[in-house]
Structure formats: C-alpha cells, structure tokens
Design a protein around this ligand. Structure first.
Ligand code: ADP
Ligand code: MG
Length: 730
C-alpha cells in the first residue's frame, strides 16, 4: 500500500522547494499605499470637512451626516481609482477572528434595470452596516430570530484596501453592536477603555500642573510568534489543519535543547516569505520592523513599531491574516496556535504597553527632572495597584484552550500575575517606603524620594527577566501572557480598565490630601508610601518558572488560576464586574453574555479536538497498527517455524506482544474518550460542561495520544501514516 507521507518525504529529498522569487521594492515607496490615510484625506476632502473629521478622530466625537456623505464619496472615488469593486465593514465579533460581508459599489441605475450601473456609497452606508448577525455569538443577548446587528465605522482606524487575486475590496474598520445597543464585539469595549484610562490619567496630569494635554492614549507594540510548516505535510494532518495543533506525534529525537534555532540565520525560503509578508504590511501602513528565528525549530517572530492601541490591534489582526495567506503562496502552512507541538516551545504574543499624552510624552518614562520622576512614580504606583487588585481581570484576558498548554509550563510566564521591575527600581520603592517617617529634609518643590533623582533605567537591561508575565522594560510594560492566536483587544481592555481604576483611586487620594491643605509634594510622598506598601507584594524579580515561586505567591495571596475554566468561574466576582461597569467599559448585561460566549468557545475548541482525536485514531492510526501487527505477526510465526523457539521466548513474539498490547490499549482509550464525550455533551449548564470538558476529556485525550506516540516509536516507519515531528520541524 502506498504511503503518502513517504511519497512526500521522497519528493522533498529529490527537489528542495525553492524560495519564491521576490520583487525588490522600496518600503518608503509602498508604505501606506493601500490606506485612505489622513494625508490622502487632507488632499481629497474640502478643508472644513477634513478639519471636522480630524477633530472627531481626536476627541472620539461623531460626524455630521453631510460630512459623512462627502467623506464616503471621496473614499469611494479613491477606492475605485485604485481598483476596488466592493466594500465591507470589517469587525471583530466574539468568535476571536475578524468578520466581513462584501457589497458591490455598484447598483442598477434605475428601478427598471435598464442595463446600466451606477457607483453608490453614501455616508449612511459608510457609517452603518447591517449584517445579518444571527450566527455571531451574543451569549443570549439576542435570539436567533432577532437577526439585526449593526456595524459602525470607527474613524480612529483608517479604511484600507485589501488585494486578492480577483481585485480589491475597501475595508471599513467597524464596531459591532446589537439592535438594542449592546456591544457584540471586542473593539467597542476597547475604545471605551481607552477613554476611561485617558480620563483618569488626565486627572493626575492636571494635579501636576499640566494644562495642555487634551488626552492620554495607550500605545501598544505587539510581538507575534508563529510556526511555518511545509504544507505538503500539513495536508496529511487534519489535526494541524483543523485545530492548529498536533493531537498526535512523538517528540522528535532532536529537540530545541541545542538552542541553535534562536536568532539563527534565517533560511532563504523563509526569508522570501517574510519579505512577502512585510511588503503587504507596508502597503497597509503597518510598520513591520523586526523579524527573527525563535527558540523552537520552525518558529519565528515578527514585530512592528508600536502604535495607538486600537490601530495596533487592528493591524495585528490583519498581520495574522497576512501571515496565513502568504504562507499558502510560499508552500507553507502558518500555525498561530499557542502549542502546535507538544514538548516544543509554544508561541505567545508580547503586548508592549505604555501611556502617551497628546503632546507625545510617554508617561511611563522615568524622565530626567525630579518633577518628572515624581509623576512617573505615581503612574508606576498605579500600575502596581492595577495589576495587584485586578489580577483576575488581567488573567481573564489571557484565557483560551490553546494558551492553557503554555502558561505555567516553563516556557511562558506562570498563571500568577506579578510585576518585574528589576533591582534598581525596586530599591527606589524600598527606600520610599522605608524613609516614610523621615521627612526632615524635605524641600518644598523637589520630591526627595529617598534618592535625589531617579537613575536612568536601561531600556535593554541585560538581566531581562523572561519569566515574568508583566515586566517593566525601561519605559513600557511588556505583558507576556497573551496567546499567539488571540486578539490583543482583551489584554488591552483589561490593562486600560484596571489602570483607569487605579489612577482614579490615586487621583482621589491626591486631590483629597491637597484639598486638606497638604502641599503637592507631601501629598505625593504620602500617597506613594501608602500605595507602594499595599501593593509591593505584586512585585517579583525572581524566577517565575521555579516551584518556590508558586509557594511564595500563595503566601502573598496572589491568585494562581491555572486554566481557562478556573478563571471563568470567577467571572461574576463583584470586584471584577464592578471595575468594568464603573469605568463604563461593559454593562452588566454585556458582561454576563460574554461569560457564556467564552465558556462556549472553550468547549467548542476542545470538543473539536476530541472528535478529531477519536476519528484520526480510529481511521488512520489504528488501521496502520493493525496492518503492521499482521505483518509482524506473520514474521514471528515464520521465525518460530524456522528456529523452533517457543512463542514466549522469541524476540519477534515479544515484539508482537508489545505491539498488540499497546494497540489494544489504544483501541480501548479511544472508546473511553468517545463515550465520555457523549456524556459531557449531554450535561446541562455551560460551566458544568466546561468543567467536565477540562476534567474528563482532556486527560483522556492525552491518554490516547500517549499510547499512539509509543506506537509511533515502534511501528515500521514506512507504514506510519502521519508526518512525524522529525520531518515537520527540521
Ligand atoms: P524586545 O527586545 O522584547 O523584542 P523591543 O524593544 O524590540 O523589545 O520592542 C518590542 C515592541 O515594543 C516593539 O513593538 C516596540 O515598538 C514596542 N515598544 C517600544 N517602545 C514602546 C512604548 N513606549 N510603548 C509601547 N510599545 C513600545
Ligand atoms: Mg522580542
């Protein structure tokens, strides 16, 4: 019988795939070519309309209908001149991926359809779309028969053109809300959280005498990790195709132990792929900057320069799409899953985050003057408060069935939320706390916070702690627990909201102290002492992978929620709900709907894996084992005949016995998994089903895999049907 895996292997040995020829281009010439940017709008719109639009973007204001018509018309002309035939509102429902529904720009010129077409795209069409939304998750907010949902243009993210082999489409980044006004997406709460953090940060800036800043924006830089696997192998593995991870597969004989892949020379075929990805990113105005090999074999990373949060997240969603599509063209399959290969490092996304005022000042930069230092320390105190008090909210932002394989598995930060500050900054905090009683030599205007002014914190500290989920890196924080396939919206919604709440509390402390007659200096000092004292337990500079940290974290009272379901069980905690509702980020109704959606997403993901484990096991692996058992059994019988050995002592017979036992165990394990799946499906209550999925299905799925992986190591290589780790990764 032919073995497709062996054929692929042979053809690869005979002709190595060539890198796709790549046209050279100048990044500065193509940059932003497919974006209806402010620059193009300034050229194409009447000055007054442009000014009003720019103002609406800056202040999150709304557009007058007349202006919307003018803008839509200019947009349509630009899009059609550049080859577009269709437009679509582009939104981010709770499915985790983006959604789009294309409409042609053209309509029949008269109701009698005289054969002519007219171009049509009004302000109304730009501002509002009405996709039939009945099939998007709403967590019960809307029943299926109430299909109406609205998409509405988010002018803070510019419209853009996406090219496919059939032409171009105009994409309008949009929010997605129900008929009754509840948000059904991830962009709406993100925009609300941006506003919340801006409002509270401004309160602090005003206290420090800043009267010019008009708003504060979270800035985000997202590092994206991914795997590239030859698509001919993926074609033979439904698990990689459908689930993004291998449900079967013994560890390769060479692992990542040599660490020879990390920052290694990038091979030509991969480089050609990367160049193709970057060109599309540049055209879309996504500032791709860094590319390199990652720790695991076949793993890579890409990072753009940071941008305002909303844009950075839209751009990351687009980047994932570009990675997948471009891989296809280069004969690869791009895996964005958090753990495609057991035993090999998985992929994450580092969400670099800071706050920037409208004058361009980074509020997490320690600065050079004592006053700047003091303001920085207030923001730092707020970060500690935010992460300490709202750690479950932040943990919630990193859940996902894929990320459960990674967090706490000694390759990614643990599930415990702590903050790494590094030794110099931690000692500043210590001295502030310890000198709290000693105010004797305080001067009026200079905050003497244990040190006259802060040392310069190196941006690229050599003792960089990779094991921390939330690390200070000179002038920003790096939230490292996000999964590689996830949208960064939840992470930033959580960060902004937690920070808005912490800043609000600190602003109140300062305002109250000043109102009671204290100088600002004294108020800041007293507040810092109090806040640092309370929240220092969240600071941890040691090894986050160590066993001792788990113990120590428990003593400090830091939650350690190890899997998605345990986190989601805390969803209704009043403190978690309150911080989101009080900051206007999500209403109670929206929140409760989301818990259902997230649990259902988890169950759906794992149940697909379970079904595939069973079907691949029964229809691919088991038959191969049985065929091989038959062949090996025949050989054993022959050997016995030839050598007259007894069945028990001949090694051939022993081998067959082992093969037979493992195969029988595998058969039984598959049956057990299948039966348990049916039981789980019949349970009522979404949390109950999710818990049963975690407790009863995942261990049984792992048991099936462990047996199959043992079989893979002893069954004749030429009959094994699934591409092996050795082949796919190296
Ligand atoms: P690493 O060494 O972890 O790769 P980099 O210095 O290369 O870190 O930066 C990683 C990401 O952080 C990049 O996307 C970068 O643009 C972003 N970044 C840099 N400064 C800031 C900032 N002030 N706010 C948010 N992100 C930032
Ligand atoms: Mg990096």
């Amino acid at each position: 019988m032919d073995n497709a895996r062996i054929s692929v292997k042979e053809s690869m040995a005979n002709e190595m795939p060539k890198p796709l020829a790549h046209e050279f281009y100048s990044p500065s010439k193509v940059y932003g070519k497919h974006v209806f940017s402010l620059k193009i709008m300034r050229e194409r719109l009447p000055k007054q309309v442009f000014n009003r639009l720019e103002k609406a973007i800056k202040t999150n204001g709304s557009l007058a209908e007349g202006d919307a018509d003018i803008i839509a018309s200019a947009m349509k002309d630009w899009a059609i001149e550049n080859g577009a035939t269709h437009y679509t509102h582009w939104f981010q429902p709770m499915t985790g991926v983006t959604a789009e529904k294309h409409d042609a720009f053209f309509v029949p010129s008269s109701s009698h359809n005289d054969g002519n077409l007219l171009n049509e795209f009004s302000g109304k069409m730009l501002i509002k779309g009405e996709p039939d939304a009945s099939s998007f998750p709403s967590g019960g907010i809307r029943s299926t028969f109430e299909a109406r949902g609205y998409t509405a243009w988010d002018p803070t993210s510019p419209v853009f053109l996406l090219e496919n082999s059939h032409g171009k489409t105009l994409y309008v980044p949009s929010i997605f809300i129900s008929y009754t006004g509840e948000s059904l997406d991830r962009k709406t709460p993100l925009l609300r959280s941006n506003e919340a953090v801006s409002k509270q940060a401004l309160r602090i800036l005003r206290l420090f005498g800043n009267t010019v800043a008009t708003n504060v924006s979270p800035m985000v830089g997202i590092e994206q990790e991914y795997f590239l696997i030859d698509k001919r192998y993926v074609a033979l593995r439904d698990d990689l195709k459908l689930c993004g991870r291998s449900l079967y597969g013994a560890m390769s004989d060479k692992g990542q132990e040599l660490e020879d892949h990390y920052f290694g020379t990038i091979n030509d075929r991969v480089l050609s792929f990367m160049a193709g990805v970057e060109k599309q990113m540049f055209e879309l105005g996504i500032p791709a900057k860094t590319r390199h090999n990652e720790v695991a074999p076949a793993q890579f990373e890409l990072a753009p320069v940071f941008e305002p949060a909303n844009l950075a997240i839209d751009h990351n969603m687009l980047t994932m799409q570009i990675l997948r599509n471009t891989a296809e063209k280069h004969g690869f399959f791009c895996l964005l899953h958090e753990k495609p290969f057991a035993g090999v490092n998985g992929s994450g996304k580092h969400n670099n985050w800071s706050l920037c005022d409208s004058e361009g000042n980074n509020l997490l930069d320690p600065g050079n003057t004592p006053m700047d230092n003091a303001q920085f320390l207030v923001f730092l105190a707020a970060v500690l408060k935010a992460v300490h008090k709202h750690s479950i909210l932040l943990r919630l932002a990193t859940i996902g069935s894929g990320n459960d394989h990674r967090l706490g598995a000694n390759e990614a930060p643990p599930a415990i939320l702590s903050v790494f500050l590094g030794a110099p900054l931690t000692s500043v905090i210590d001295s502030i706390i310890n000198n709290s009683e000693d105010n004797s030599d305080w001067q009026q205007d200079v905050i003497k916070i244990g040190v006259t002014s802060l040392p310069q914190f190196p941006k690229d500290v050599s003792d960089r702690n990779r094991t921390s989920p939330f690390a200070f890196t000179g002038n920003k924080f790096e939230f490292r627990a996000v999964g590689s396939s996830a949208s960064c919206a939840p992470a930033n919604i959580a960060l902004n909201t937690a920070m808005a709440s912490a800043l609000g509390e600190i602003a109140l402390m300062l305002e109250t102290a000043v109102a009671s007659g204290k100088t600002l200096t004294q108020a800041v000092h007293d507040t810092l002492v109090e806040v640092f004292k309370e929240h220092l337990p969240v600071v941890f500079n040691g090894n986050g992978y160590g066993e001792e940290w788990q113990e120590e974290a428990k003593r400090r009272g830091l939650p350690n929620l190890k899997d998605s379901v345990s986190v989601l069980a805390h969803y209704n905690d009043p403190s978690l709900m309150n911080v989101l509702t009080q900051n206007g980020v999500l209403s109670e109704r929206e929140l409760l709907a989301r818990q259902d959606i997230l649990l259902e997403n988890y169950i759906r993901d794992i149940h697909v894996e379970v079904k595939l484990t069973v079907s691949m096991g029964r229809s691919i692996i088991l038959p191969a084992c049985l065929r091989w058992l038959k062949t090996a059994g025949d050989l054993a019988v022959n050997a016995e005949k030839l050598q007259g050995e007894t069945a028990a002592s001949g090694f051939e017979a022993q081998y067959c016995q082992k093969l037979r036992t493992l195969t029988a165990e595998f058969y039984a394990a598959l049956n057990e998994l299948d039966e348990e799946h049916i039981k789980t499906d019949n349970l009522s209550g979404v949390l109950v089903r999710a818990e049963a999925t975690r407790d009863n299905l995942i261990p049984r799925m792992n048991a099936c895999r462990a047996l199959a992986d043992k079989l893979e190591k002893i069954v004749d290589d030429s009959v094994w049907p699934l591409p092996k780790y050795n082949e796919m990764l190296w």
